[in-house]
Design a protein around this ligand. Sequence first.
Ligand code: TRP
Length: 346
Amino acid sequence: MATLSHRMSEISEKKPTKPVVLTCAQPTGRLHLGNYLGAVLNWGRMQDDYDCYFGIVDQHAITVAHVPAQLRDNTYSCLAQYVACGLDPARSHLFVQSHVIGHTELAWILGCLCPLGQLERMTQFKDKARKHQSVDAGLLFYPVLMAADILLYNAQLVPVGDDQKQHLELARDLAEKFNHRYSDTFHIPEPFISKIGSRIMSLQDPTVKMSKSDPNLSSMVYVTDRPDEIRKKIMSAVTDSTAEVRAGEDKPGVTNLLTIMSACTGRSVATLEAEFSGKGYGDFKKGVADAVVATLDPVRLRYDELIKDREELGRIFKAGAEQAQAVAFRTLSKVNRKVGFVERPR
Ligand code: TRP
């Protein structure tokens, strides 16, 4: 009987539902236009067609030196920015990693299936290890924790940038290993590369990606910038000396501005080129600035409102944690049983 009801519950869990999408980001301060147009906007567009999990991974954030009070503030601010950018707690599961029991537990189990050499060969680990004098075990273990984030919710699709592909590959390996060593448990997660995600470059050096680690603050527009700040940064964006509004490899600055304007207005680059043909960069940049301001204004207004409302943020944290926890406990108990742990007495 017990076995039967158990199998019934497994079957009902497998009822055809929307595919599970999961992605996470560390709570590192402010989102910029590259994060928004290149990632978060597209995550938002997936919310009706997929069962979406968006995690703020604070446990990952302590793998390098950090300031505790700042981490806490950034976690609140990160949530407020995501919601302001359109991630909707009513349609998706927005959660904080440390609020959900299961991430580190599953990471431990997966770590016991993971050859040390594979972690030592991770390019991001090698890069970070080179930059720091001493390296903690947590930094080495980072990709295993990331695999646990993904597998805990049995995600099928994981939107990630290029820099995370190797980590996702490890998550796939570990899922396969677990399935093979024990029994079929996890989907093998696939990277989700959006066709519409725009690659936004620095406003000051359009040959490199817009990056939060850029010391030159006029290289990026933050989603919470005021209109006057946005205009100033766009007007001083690097272009070239030909005064011709056209996309092309020889014109990275203008191309970047066209990409930005196209993403903000939904109009094609070709349409914009035609519209600005014969006009100077001054007019063009003004058009770009207007488009960015119109796009980000509602984001900033919503953010300003939310960030003051800790109660509302607390409610969102709580709802997200409860939803994520229910799924996490289910996975965890299944995994614990397969590994051979005695069922936790209740
Ligand atoms: N390592 C990712 C980054 O820095 C963040 C991350 C943690 C993540 N867990 C994840 C991304 C799970 C996707 C899925 O960008």
